[in-house]
Structures are given as structure tokens and as C-alpha cells.
Design a protein around this ligand. Sequence first.
Ligand SMILES: C[S@@+](CC[C@H](N)C(=O)[O-])C[C@H]1O[C@@H](n2cnc3c(N)ncnc32)[C@H](O)[C@@H]1O
Length: 301
Amino acid sequence: MTTVTDTAHSEVGHASTVGDELAYVDLLSLVRETNRCPGGKRTIRRIATRLGIGPHTRVLEIGSNTGFTSMELAKITGCTAVGIDVNAAAVAEANRKRSQLPQRIADRLSFSVGDACAIPFGDAEFDVIVCGGANTFVQDRATALSEYLRVLRPYGFVSVTNLYYRKAPDEQLLTDLRDVLGFDVPPYGLQDWLKVLAPAEWELYDLETTDLVARPDKVVEAYADALCSSDRLPQVSESDRLRVRNRWHEVMSIFNRNHAHLGFMELTLRRPMPGDEEQPELFLTAGSWDPYFEKAFVQGN
Ligand SMILES: C[S@@+](CC[C@H](N)C(=O)[O-])C[C@H]1O[C@@H](n2cnc3c(N)ncnc32)[C@H](O)[C@@H]1O
């Protein structure tokens, strides 16, 4: 298994491995998955509307992977989007996809290797930061959040789409996830994540949550077959393609098991200015969150 990408897909560079198996992030570049945030296009459209992203907005995407979110934002809003990711294979695939877009959209996009903890841009360069799922992968989250604050203009927004556990995972599931991802996934519920992702220096502007469900295994099988068909992976030999397909199915089955325990949050943070006063609101619509009290709760005040 370790040689599959070295021989079959030099275009996306050399793959790393977790144990004897292809690492997840390399695998999805090889399969050319349009890796996306939970909720996919619907979530991206909501982010664009909620944050008022338009042709004049400068967006930075953290953990852009193969570029789906930035490309979708540029397509539906005409914004300028820059994606950074630590994985060189994912960035190469994002640039390949970018090169296939109409020129007027491609010109608004760029993808480069970069770390959320040392963002390669100057202070206050962006109006909006979008981060879908990457905060689970980033290990030093406090440093990443201080970098988001630095590169965002005053009153700019961060949209964080992050999975959380609404039902506790068992040990076997956490072990399987670690084997696939190469790091320990924290078994955090919503409040645990809010403590990490909404520290005191930020204004907790908005929060929406959605439950995920698992799909039947036949759907996961069909999904693996479709993504790893010979039409989609003509550059991979037949025996390697079958191994990639089986590995993809194995990984997606673990994720699918995980989905039965998960929800995802669409968290909006805003960069405040010193001296801003936040006051509680009397009106609250049923089922929504009150950012003022949530923030007080999160900070334990
Ligand atoms: C689940 S994918 C995110 C996919 C997509 N952006 C989305 O909307 O969900 C997580 C990505 O974060 C990247 N990543 C991990 N650590 C990172 C870091 N320190 N800085 C930037 N990207 C990182 C991984 O390489 C991976 O491509």
C-alpha cells in the first residue's frame, strides 16, 4: 500500500503513511475528492450570506485542502480567496482544479502551503477567515486563533465549521480515527470546543448547530465505487486502484460510524476593538443562542 502514490500519482507528490496505510489527507488528494466542510455547498452558501461576502471581500481559508470551499465562495460571490494548507499534495490538487476554472474565477483564487500557526500574510489583510474542519487538525489552536486575530481587519469575521460530539464515542472508534488521521481526535462536546474556539479576546457573534446522521453501508460502498472508478482514476493501475478503493471504503466507513455521534457547529466570531462594550439583549428567538450569555458562560463568568 505504501507505494501506491509514489508510482501512480507523482503529480500530487509523495504520500506519507500512517502505519502501513496511506494517510487520509494524502489519500483524498489521490482520489481527488472535493473535500468539503460538513453540510457542503449548503453550509458554504450560508457562510457567504451570513458574513455578507461579496466581490470586494478578501477571504482567507485555513486548511483549504483541495480548494472546494474557496472555489465555491469565489463562484457564488465573486470574492477574492486565498487558501493555505500544510499539506503540499492538497495544495497541488487545489491549484490543478483552479487551473480548470474560467479565467475570471481562477484569477480571484490562490492556494499555497502555509500553517495556521504562522500565517504567511501581514496584519489586517483579510475581511473574513473561513475555517472548515481544520481546527480539529491544528494541534496548537491557541496560536492559530491569535494568528486569525492578527491577519483579520478590525470587525472582520471568522467562520468556523467544526464537528463536535453530541454522543460520547467509544474507545474503539477513537482508536480507529487516530489510526486513519494520525492524531488523537479530542472527544469534545460543543461546550468543550467553544472554550477552545471562542476565547475571551473574540466576540462570539453567532452560533448554529446541526446534527449529522450515518448513511447505510450500501451508500458508503457506492460512494467509494464512484470516487475510485477507473474513469476517475485512469492514472492508477488496476491493482492499485482496487487497493485505493478498499482503503477509501475502510476510511469512509470509520467516518460514517463517527457521524452517528456527531453534530457540527457554524460558529461566527468577530474581531472586536479595545473598549467595545457588549450588552445583553432581552429578545431571544426560540431555539437560537444568545452570544452575550454564551460568551459569559464559555468564559465561566
Ligand atoms: C478536514 S480538512 C478541511 C477541508 C476543508 N477546508 C473544509 O472545508 O472542511 C483539514 C485540513 O487542514 C489541514 N491542516 C492541518 N493542520 C494545519 C495547519 N496547522 N495549518 C493549515 N492547515 C492545516 C490538513 O492538511 C487538511 O487539509
